[in-house]
Design a protein around this ligand. Structure first.
Ligand SMILES: NC(=O)c1ccc[n+]([C@@H]2O[C@H](COP(=O)([O-])OP(=O)(O)OC[C@H]3O[C@@H](n4cnc5c(N)ncnc54)[C@H](OP(=O)(O)O)[C@@H]3O)[C@@H](O)[C@H]2O)c1
Length: 291
């Protein structure tokens, strides 16, 4: 399988390169291109890259992930996060390649849907999107453009992503604990923490699948950001004063969804593997960070 990875310098992109190598894809068949060498928002450059490398599968890990930055510059967010996947889908359609592009829980409103008993339930792949902010709108538009352009696509919705080679919630918690000895974390937003190693392995699995579509792919289980912070400090053996605070205490330009739990039922019914529990993924991530 010949694979082209875009946005390969990000935390997920780096682990994707290793995951395809672990899957015994010959190194010469994995082309990893970082942002500096390919801007997915540049239609001509995207077309040329796909024509030059002739991949069977393109994996797009490139995105503008600065949520507050996107709020300030929605045109740039749309160019990268919506047009980028579209240009890739169009290039794949011309060259007979498949596309895997990564999306987000931020396509949803954050107001939990309820089950028959009136209890909150996780978002399925078939719930209506209703993004709260410019980042979510740009990602939802990217999904729609890919679906209408290329049948042979996988859209991978994930959430709360952390890897060893990126700036993320886990590395931020460890840094703040070291700098301040006390941390306040919101306890009214819920999601499924996901480590890039497990997400990359799930994407490798999809790369071999011809059952195309949209998939929820997060680590199993869910918690609040406060719970996640507590687990980081517990598993890392870090002493810190941890306090809970409401989201309203944070004055951020872009609103964040309160409920980001993604339901894996459809993906698992379609034969995809269940990802490990988030605490297991977190423990392995912390070991990697300590190594
Ligand atoms: N992080 C999360 O919590 C989270 C949650 C849900 C979904 N996701 C999705 O997961 C995917 C991977 O995100 P991540 O966590 O790995 O984020 P990341 O570490 O910020 O990586 C994103 C990469 O995309 C690159 N990029 C930015 N603009 C680009 C462009 N125009 N063309 C090509 N590459 C570009 C960035 O390069 P520069 O840094 O050089 O700009 C960076 O290397 C994204 O689709 C993201 O939307 C992430």
């Amino acid at each position: 399988m010949r694979v082209l990875i875009t946005g390969a310098g990000g935390q997920l992109g780096r682990d994707l390169v290793e995951a395809f190598a672990d899957a015994a894809v010959h190194p010469a068949d994995v082309v990893a291109i970082e942002h500096g060498h390919l801007d997915v928002g540049d239609e001509v450059a995207v077309g040329e890259a796909v024509a030059a490398y002739r991949p069977e599968v393109v994996v797009n890990a490139g995105a503008w992930t600065d949520v507050d930055g996107c709020e300030a510059d929605p045109a740039r967010a749309h160019r990268v996060n919506a047009l980028g996947p579209w240009w890739l889908a169009r290039a794949c359609a011309r060259r007979g390649a498949r596309l895997i592009t990564v999306s987000t829980d931020y396509v949803f409103s954050g107001v939990a849907p309820v089950d028959g008993a009136g209890q909150p339930r996780a978002w399925t792949e078939f719930d209506a999107v209703a993004p709260l902010n410019a980042y979510g709108r740009s990602k939802a538009a990217g999904e729609q453009l890919v679906r209408q352009t290329l049948a042979e696509h996988h859209i991978v919705r994930t959430a709360w992503v952390s890897g060893a080679r990126g700036r993320n919630f886990v590395t931020t918690m460890l840094r703040l604990a070291g700098e301040r000895g006390q941390v306040a974390v919101v306890d009214d937003q819920f999601g499924s923490p996901t480590c890039t190693r497990d997400l990359a392995a799930a994407i490798v699995e999809l790369a071999a699948s011809e059952r195309y579509g949209t998939w929820n792919r997060t680590n199993t289980g869910w918690c609040s950001w406060y719970d996640l912070a507590a687990a980081v400090f517990e598993l890392a053996g870090v002493e810190v004063e941890l306090t809970a605070q409401p989201s309203s205490a944070l004055d951020r330009p872009a609103p964040r969804p309160g409920w980001s739990v993604l339901d894996p039922t459809h993906a698992e019914a379609a034969g995809l593997r269940r990802l490990p529990h988030w605490r297991d993924g977190l423990a392995r991530l912390l070991t990697e960070l300590a190594g």
